[in-house]
Design a protein around this ligand. Structure first.
Ligand code: HMG
Length: 390
């Protein structure tokens, strides 16, 4: 049975900081942020956007009535969940008008969460061919003001509808994955911001990639030349390129040029959003599909997922005929075009804003946020969401 991605949705908050401005205010040469790290703009989430609303907004744009009825499994991958107990998957259920006869849960393994969800969805469809699964990666990446990871923050979500006879990307049967207990990046339950061993995390990202790439080659007998493009988890856009370069000698110049050109396109959205952890790999896929004209149906796309801590996985998919019809190219172009630049001072103020944690009531200025689904406030420790369209 053919199983894979049938639809893809994306959402990111309407505010951003320019990386040149951030560099100047941090007394760093802007070239380090824009070339050395490869980031141009960083999405900033106001209090009215949290990982729940981001996830719901990303899914809202792709679901029709049949999907709402047929989805019987909702999996949200995140590492910035808003509750130790209640899952984002349950919060978004009513916001999206989904059929209550569904399983819903949240899944965590750093940036690997959405990939774990995608592979579970594949197994679920194999057992229940008529059902559909909603898989979402949603995150707000926080390293802290003036930290070395600050330039790699971001906020956003990607939603994917998984079904049989998918119209975007059919997942191939082979897998290669690897797990090790390492401390390259983590966030203890008491911490608002992540802890990271930056250089070690870079090394591990590449080492895991090399390992699963070799495993995948052995399992699939596929050569690098047989890939139209490889999409990478993108904590920052230079990272995937460093990994890709380690295998380029396996093919000839023409193939190398194609893979490098497609890598450039696959980072178009990511360099303007920042790291969105669980959704970054899928944002890079969306970036490739929506910005590269002429990708042929039948083309093979490789996918490298890495979640610190750490789990790495390589898998691949085949582009389906007329996949472009399933995309929302104009809507996403409008989303980027309508964003508002804020100053570094405004970003710092937003970064430090927190919801009350003592049970008191807060009403947020939802009219300042153009998103359909917003966090309107909190009362008695209960987050209040509004879908302006309902
Ligand atoms: P840093 O120490 O600030 O930067 O940390 P650097 O000194 O290593 O410089 C970065 C690059 O800029 C270097 O290039 C410099 O040469 C270059 P490279 O050698 O790497 O090719 N550079 C310049 N280029 C042009 N003009 C200039 C200039 N100056 C310097 N003037 C680091 C950078 C990424 C380590 C830091 O930002 C960090 O810790 N980020 C967070 C961790 C991270 O993103 N790790 C990635 C792998 S782990 C992962 O992907 C998982 C993750 O997503 C979490 C999860 O799974 O949940 C993070």
């Amino acid at each position: 049975m053919n199983i894979g991605i049938d639809k893809m949705g994306f959402y990111s908050p309407h505010l951003y900081v320019d990386m040149n401005e951030l560099a100047i205010s941090r007394d760093v040469d802007p070239g380090k942020f824009t070339v050395g790290i490869g980031q141009e703009k960083m999405a900033v989430a106001p209090l009215t956007q949290d990982p729940v609303s981001l996830a719901a907004n990303a899914a809202l744009e792709i679901l029709d009535e049949t999907d709402q009825e047929k989805i019987d499994l909702v999996i949200v991958g995140t590492e910035s969940g808003v509750d130790h107990s209640k899952s984002i998957a349950t919060y978004i259920h009513p916001l999206l008008g989904l059929n209550p006869q569904a399983r819903a849960f949240e899944i965590k393994q750093a940036c690997y969460g959405a990939t774990a969800g995608l592979q579970m969805a594949k197994g679920h469809i194999a057992l229940h061919p008529d059902s559909k699964v909603l898989v979402i990666g949603t995150d707000i990446a926080r390293y802290g003001l003036r930290s070395s990871g600050e330039v790699t923050q971001g906020a956003g979500a990607v939603a994917m509808l998984i079904s049989r006879e998918p119209r975007v990307l059919r997942l191939e049967e082979h897998h290669a994955y690897h797990t090790e207990d390492i401390m390259d990046f983590w966030r203890p339950t008491y911490a608002e911001n992540a802890f990271v061993d930056g250089k070690f995390s870079n090394e591990q990202y590449i080492s895991f990639f090399n390992r699963v790439w070799e495993q995948y080659k052995a399992a699939s007998h596929l050569k690098l030349a047989e890939y139209e493009a490889i999409c990478f988890h993108m904590p920052y856009t230079k990272m995937g390129l460093k990994a890709l370069r380690t295998i380029l000698e396996e093919t000839d110049e023409a193939n190398r040029d194609r893979l490098l050109a497609n890598y450039e396109v696959s980072k178009t959205f990511n360099k303007n959003i920042g790291n969105i952890y669980t959704a970054s790999l899928y944002l890079s896929l969306l970036s490739l599909l929506e910005n590269q004209e002429g990708l042929p149906a039948g083309a093979r796309i490789g996918m490298y997922s890495y979640g610190s801590g750490a789990v790495g996985e390589f898998f691949s998919g085949i582009l389906q005929p007329d996949y472009q019809k399933q995309l929302h190219i104009q809507r996403h172009a409008d989303l980027f075009a309508s964003r508002k630049e804020i100053s570094v001072t405004e970003y710092e103020e937003i970064f430090q804003q927190m919801l009350p944690a003592d049970g008191s009531k807060a009403d947020l200025a939802i009219n300042e946020d153009p998103a359909d689904i917003v966090l309107a406030g909190i009362e008695h420790h209960v987050r209040q969401y509004v879908n302006k369209k309902q």
